[in-house]
Structures are given as structure tokens and as C-alpha cells.
Write a protein that binds this ligand. Structure first.
Ligand SMILES: [Zn+2]
Ligand SMILES: [Zn+2]
Length: 240
């Protein structure tokens, strides 16, 4: 089982769940930026090990871009010297292994000609999604963890170069109550969201609950089949 992490080229991660464990040490050492959607462990679990493992191999800090609320959680609950050392002052505050860069919803950060725009998400903790635009002029939207999210679609519908939409569906329809309580989506809710999309895009489903993957994908086919959603695969590559 692997949790959310997307590598953009060789140097940027979006979220840092356990999927980061698929990367080699050489690959890990090249990651300069991590854009986080929110503080939940399935999206942040690999940051402590990543920073500790590659810090001494690098000449500059790994920069974690996230909402101020998310950064506060990392500071208070992970890099607090009790769970893990505060790598923003290791080996010294002038040359740390880790640095934080607050980002606000609506803001765009450019990293070597790729643009990362923070999108609204509707989750149990402060959360964002990202629109990633590459040099070739295509845009990928990654919703992050979110339940019904009316704020997202007008923004996505303005993206003339939208090519890919990666959207979560964490639960099967039987667990709709849990999906609503934990602010995720189930297939019926996904279908309600996708009718708000007014652009063509290749749609990929992520965050499927282990043990319910086949059932959930089958329900997605029944409820939202006209949008041709496919399951996001481990190691899947997108060209932007
Ligand atoms: Zn979450
Ligand atoms: Zn999650």
C-alpha cells in the first residue's frame, strides 16, 4: 500500500506520502521542493525520513511549500524535537536541511518554468489542491483530499490548457456517511462533482481505500462512466 506522492520532473514532489519510498537514494537527493496539500499523515509521512536521509548530501534545503496552517502542524507536531528534530536549524540555521515557504490559496509559485497554483479544497483540515503547468503548455489539476467543492470548478473551467484531472474518491458508496464525515468523496459524490467540469480532460482517480478499490472503481464506472475516469497507477507518468 502506498499513499499520495507525485514527482514532477526529478526535483519537485506534490505531497510526500509513503509512495516516496519507491524512489532511490539518488532520486530522493534531487528533490528541492515539496508542495503539500494538507497536514494528514498519508500526505506527509515521508518528509521526516527524506530530509534526514538526504540533508547531508545536499547543498541547499528541501523547501516545503504549504498553507501556513499546515506548516504550523509540521512545526508543532512533527519537527518538534520530540517526534523528530527541527531540521530548519540543522546543521545550523544559516544552512538548514529543511525550509518552509507559506503559500496561500490562489497563489502561483514558479519553479524553473513550471507553475504550481494553489487551488481550493474542502477537507477536515485546511487543504489545497494544485494546478501544475509545464513548459509544453499543458495543465494538470490535482484536487488533493476534498469533498464536494464548488469553489474549485469555476477556476478549473477557466483553464484553457487543462489536460489532466486527478481527483480523489476515497470511499465506496456504502460508506457515503464516512466520506461526508471525513470530507472525502464516494462515487456518487464524484459524479456530482464531475458534472461541474465544463472542459475536456483525462480523468484519473486516486486515494482509493485499499480493500475497496475494485468495488469503488466499479461504482465509479456506473455513476460517472461518461467521463471515462481511470484509476491512477503507481508510477504513472504525465507529460505537461
Ligand atoms: Zn486528508
Ligand atoms: Zn489523504
Amino acid at each position: 500500500m502506498r499513499t499520495t506522492a507525485m514527482l514532477v520532473d526529478h526535483d519537485v514532489l506534490i505531497d510526500a506520502g509513503t509512495g516516496v519510498g519507491d524512489l532511490t537514494l539518488a532520486e530522493l537527493s534531487q528533490i528541492d521542493h515539496i508542495f503539500l496539500t494538507h497536514s494528514h499523515l498519508d500526505h506527509t509521512a515521508s518528509i521526516p525520513f527524506l530530509v534526514d536521509t538526504v540533508g547531508a548530501m545536499r547543498s541547499k534545503p528541501v523547501i516545503v511549500h504549504a498553507l501556513p496552517e499546515t506548516i504550523e502542524v509540521l512545526r508543532e507536531h512533527i519537527f518538534n524535537w520530540k517526534v523528530w528534530p527541527d531540521f530548519t536549524v540543522i546543521p545550523d540555521p544559516e544552512h538548514p536541511f529543511l525550509a518552509y515557504a507559506p503559500i496561500q490559496q490562489g497563489e502561483t509559485v514558479s519553479v524553473k518554468r513550471r507553475r504550481f497554483m494553489a487551488l481550493p479544497a474542502n477537507h477536515t483540515v485546511p487543504a489545497i489542491g494544485y494546478a501544475v503547468s509545464g513548459e509544453a503548455g499543458a495543465t494538470l489539476v490535482f484536487t488533493g483530499d476534498t469533498t464536494n467543492n464548488d469553489a474549485l470548478w469555476p477556476i478549473v473551467n477557466r483553464m484553457r490548457d487543462l489536460r489532466f484531472l486527478i481527483i480523489e474518491t476515497a470511499f465506496c458508496n456504502r460508506e457515503e456517511g464516512l466520506a461526508r464525515a471525513s470530507k472525502h468523496l464516494c462515487p456518487q459524490m464524484l459524479a456530482e462533482e464531475l458534472v461541474k467540469l465544463e472542459r475536456d480532460a483525462e480523468i484519473f482517480i486516486t486515494h482509493l481505500k485499499p480493500g475497496e478499490i475494485e468495488l469503488t472503481m466499479q461504482e465509479i464506472e456506473e455513476d460517472a462512466g461518461e467521463f471515462r475516469p481511470r484509476m491512477l497507477q503507481n508510477g504513472q507518468v504525465f507529460e505537461l
